[in-house]
Design a protein. Sequence first.
Length: 327
Amino acid sequence: MYLDSLDRKLLNLVQAEFPLTTEPYTDLGLRLGIDGDEVLHRIKQLKAKGIIRQISPVLDARSLGYQTTLVAMRVAESQLDTAARLIVEHPGISHGYERDHHFNLWFTLALPPEAGMEAELQKLSTLIGAEAMLELPVLKIFKIGAHFDLAGDGQPMPGASIAPSSTPSPKADLSLTDRAVINELQQELPLAQRPFDMMAARLTMDAGEFLAHLHSLQQGGIMRRFGASIRHNNAGFKANAMTCWIAPPEVVEIAGRKIATFPEVSHCYERKTGPLWPYNLFTVIHGHTREDCQTIADKVSRETGLDKNVLLFSIKEFKKERVKYLL
């Protein structure tokens, strides 16, 4: 799909540095040397082409009190259509894939605090007809955030710095206003020159106060970032491999920090293991081809000394969207 150089630079910016300002499209235009109307036109076109999925916040689920986990199932081929339907319909599932492994169905699940995680997983396993299931909650976060470099000019992606490793966040103490702002912010961002004014008005709130809340949520880590989610397949990144490594306890921290510096790696976590799954360090590698992903995995092995790994390439994407957290 053809994208000119301005489209590519704009996509880099809206992924990582969407301005939380009164006139964000005008401010993006100032970075690119075009006016705000041209930015709006290009974003509308990029959405119509299926490259921009949405422009919205990436929220920290644990800060909001939600429980989260990664789930893997072994599912018969005849049951995959049923599995896909259930994944698409489930409001707590944000990502769902078929991958080329005997554990062939993978998805992420987020549930509100009052829900029972084990009961929900057993229900899904029964409905899907899973032959086996793994629950793999995160223990430590080294990197989170898919930023696809569309400009290809060798410059570092804006906003793509690596945060220090951390354990999942505790539940935040949210005010009623915080909750109202978060609920509103998860709606579709208006394609108008002053989009946050329109959101603030729906809450009968001053626009400046609304923006101040956004910055407060970001500074507190409740909102990890605000930006565009990209359909990477349509943007030319056709391959992705969830690559899992066996990292001895004494090297997990060093290896996780090192892997997080790779621009081709969008996510890096330490996760719980189990009798059927000895891999504890999880990464997602993106590339234009499978060979690209394998090359990066080989480079990671050389630079970290980790040689026990498995690459699970995505065969089919059932669902990829940001969960809407109802507060």
